[in-house]
Design a protein around this ligand. Structure first.
Ligand SMILES: [Zn+2]
Length: 302
């Protein structure tokens, strides 16, 4: 199983967060920096070179000192007409970046002092930002593990795992370099499984799966495919001809964390919202080495 960093980051702890973002102006200035490269620029209206825009009092707007041309850093973002302070939004995003098991609506309600409805909406919007921030991620490459999991639905008395009713099927992909992806899949038909790999994994990569991916399903597409036979209690397979150690331990580790987190933090997640929670967890896994960078990716996706 891949070791994951603890939730408290040495580079961006909560004291540093509030030192960096003590008030609304500091947050707005940061959005200006991430979206427009700062407050000093060539004015897009009057063309004055290197002019420093200044913040208008009581408004989320900057203006050119030469021609009064205005820039609203939050225009066309989810923050444009929010009545929740920007500091609260920023702190919520900070919590999403530093948590390990996710942030519940109840937790946001407590931390931000807003209603549950507002808290839930903020959490949902931040999960959408994690989706947006990963839209143009490069394909996974090198050596990639795939493993499916079954989330939600009936857990007591009914069938477990494959074929259990009301469960949502998810496919996880973890590259040995640490990058990962996950998505909901409608079924485990050959073409569905093959499409996941074609969509997410660079051709020529080594791919390790369990026996769900039948032998030769991917070799025609240019992947070097190896399977472990979980049904026969085989958990690793060393291919002596290629020197590749096939196993899916890293992606199984991700599913353990994800399932435990959903149970402990959210109790349950409806199938409708599951893709967003997957996105939240893969986003964190992909950027856990740099919390600052993760935070700015969210601001950039606003
Ligand atoms: Zn101007």
């Amino acid at each position: 199983m891949t070791k994951r960093s603890p939730s408290a980051s040495p580079e961006f702890n909560v004291r540093e967060f509030f030192a960096r973002f003590p008030n609304e102006d500091a947050c707005l200035e940061h959005i200006m920096a991430v979206r427009f490269g700062g407050t000093t620029m060539d004015c897009p209206d009057c063309g004055t070179v290197g002019v420093t825009f200044h913040k208008l009092r009581e408004r989320r707007v900057y203006a050119c000192p030469e021609c009064r041309f205005q820039i609203a850093p939050t225009a066309n973002t989810i923050l444009h007409d929010t009545r929740t302070p920007l500091v609260s939004w920023f702190y919520a995003m900070y919590l999403f970046c530093t948590t390990r098991h996710g942030v519940s609506g109840k937790e946001l309600q407590r931390q931000l002092g807003v209603t549950y409805k507002t808290a839930w909406r903020i959490g949902d919007q931040i999960r959408k930002l994690t989706e947006k921030a990963q839209t143009f991620d490069a394909l996974l490459s090198g050596h990639v593990e795939l493993d499916e999991a079954y989330i939600g639905g009936r857990t007591s008395g009914g069938k477990r795992g494959r074929g259990a009713p009301n469960k949502t099927i998810v496919m996880g992909l973890v590259a040995r370099d640490g990058r990962m992806a996950a998505q909901v899949i409608p079924n485990v038909k050959k073409e569905t499984l093959r499409a996941v790999v074609l969509d997410k994994v660079e051709a020529g990569s080594v791919v390790s799966t369990d026996e769900l991916y039948s032998y030769n399903l991917l070799t025609g597409d240019g992947y070097q495919h190896g399977t472990v036979k979980h049904g026969q209690k085989e958990y690793a397979y060393y291919d002596y001809t290629t020197g590749v150690n096939h196993h899916v331990n890293s992606v199984e580790g991700f599913w353990r964390l994800f399932k435990a987190s959903i149970r402990s933090t959210h109790v349950a997640v409806s199938p409708k919202y599951l893709p967003r929670y997957l996105s939240e967890f893969t986003f964190r896994a992909n950027h856990r080495a740099r919390v600052n960078g993760m935070f700015d990716l969210l601001v950039g996706a606003l």
